[in-house]
Write a new protein. Structure first.
Length: 359
């Protein structure tokens, strides 16, 4: 959803300036009026380069803020202490911006919403739920735990994929060395013995000669293929086709599906346990799904919930999702703990994904 800069007045005539997300300028004006602000000027916000902040700092920020609130300090005092101890220049400016917003009378959730390029959408939704339920400190620590688990999963997935990539690279180098340097020596032996070179050896020799003379073309070919493929992947139709294809390939289907479902269950479980309404949580979860084919498969779930059908029925009726997923969510719904069921299933999916990557 795009962002709009606004200038508005309240009933007393005080000027308010800020940024909000809305579908259009008309929608932005409607949101301002709902908050008893009367728009003076609304214009699309300029896109800016996202601020780069290490994940470790954000995780530590949520843990520290939760601890300080549990110790009885107010939000503004807690933010002031965290800002004073920050050594990262960019993140110190972000925390100081949050402090200014809070001291100006704003909620912490609204302040975080103005730094979506740093914290994302999840943080503001969860913290708003914590503010409404009076459990802000617990929600902050849960949010830190969620980000820590997500980072650990990403690191495990990356480390599991590095080893096969190294094997492929070393194997490719070995094959090139054999074709270019080793096999021609055997051909020379056949020549000295006045023996006819076998057909398979001739093919290998021809390949070696080609690599020796034109091997420099191959890296350029792969580089061009990467650049063109990246451009095509930015096209919605091409990306949709590639994503559907990936979900049909046997050797990558399970890895992609399990990693996406792990992200879905982890986020959905965390948000529901924080008190975020189910439909709002699903809207955010869909934005976190990277595979467009899986996004389309999840789209009908909103209609199912609005007519009163359980979430588990949707996952049980769709053959794309594991059968056990619908069964476990059905049990969690019967126990009134759908968030806990999602978190439990996230652990199972993460184990399956790691097993697939290490296989």
């Amino acid at each position: 959803m795009p962002y709009f800069q606004y200038q508005a007045r309240d009933i007393q005539g005080t000027i308010h300036r800020g940024v909000l997300d809305a579908a259009s300028e008309v929608d932005a004006a409607r949101k301002l009026k709902a908050g008893r602000l009367y728009p003076v000027r609304i214009k699309p916000a300029r896109s800016r380069r996202p601020r780069s902040v290490p994940k470790e700092l954000m995780i530590r920020f949520f843990y520290d803020l939760g601890d300080l609130l549990l110790a009885g300090l107010p939000v503004d005092r807690s933010l002031s202490l965290i800002s004073a101890n920050q050594t990262h220049k960019v993140f110190r400016q972000v925390v100081q911006g949050l402090l200014d917003e809070v001291r100006g009378g704003g909620d912490l959730s609204d302040a975080l919403g103005k730094y979506r390029d740093v914290f994302g959408n999840l943080a503001s939704h969860m913290i708003r739920a914590g503010e409404n339920s009076g459990t802000l400190a617990a929600i902050l620590k849960r949010l830190g735990q969620y980000l820590e688990q997500r980072r650990a999963f990403q690191q495990n997935l990356l480390s599991a994929l590095i080893y096969p990539m190294i094997l492929i690279l070393m194997s490719s180098v070995s094959i090139v060395v054999l074709l270019v340097y080793v096999i021609p020596k055997f051909a020379q032996i056949f020549d000295d013995l006045h023996q006819k070179v076998p057909l398979l050896t001739q093919l290998l020799l021809g390949t070696g000669v080609f690599l020796k003379d034109f091997g420099w073309v191959i890296p350029l070919f792969f580089l061009a293929a990467f650049v063109i493929g990246r451009k095509l992947y930015q096209n919605p139709r091409a990306r949709s086709w590639v994503d559907r294809l990936l979900l049909r390939l046997f050797f990558v289907k399970k890895i992609i599906l399990y990693s996406e479902l792990t992200r879905l269950c982890r986020t959905l479980g965390t948000m529901m346990q924080a008190g975020v309404p189910l439909l709002r949580a699903l809207n955010l979860v869909e934005q976190l799904i990277m595979n467009t084919a899986l996004q389309k498969a999840l789209a009908p779930i909103h209609g199912e919930i609005k007519v009163g059908r359980p979430v588990s029925n949707f996952f049980r009726s769709n053959p794309l999702f594991p059968i056990r997923m619908g069964t476990m969510l059905r049990i969690a719904e019967e126990q009134g703990n759908l968030g806990g069921g999602c978190s439990l299933w996230e652990i199972i999916l993460k184990m399956n994904c790691n097993a697939r990557c290490n296989a």
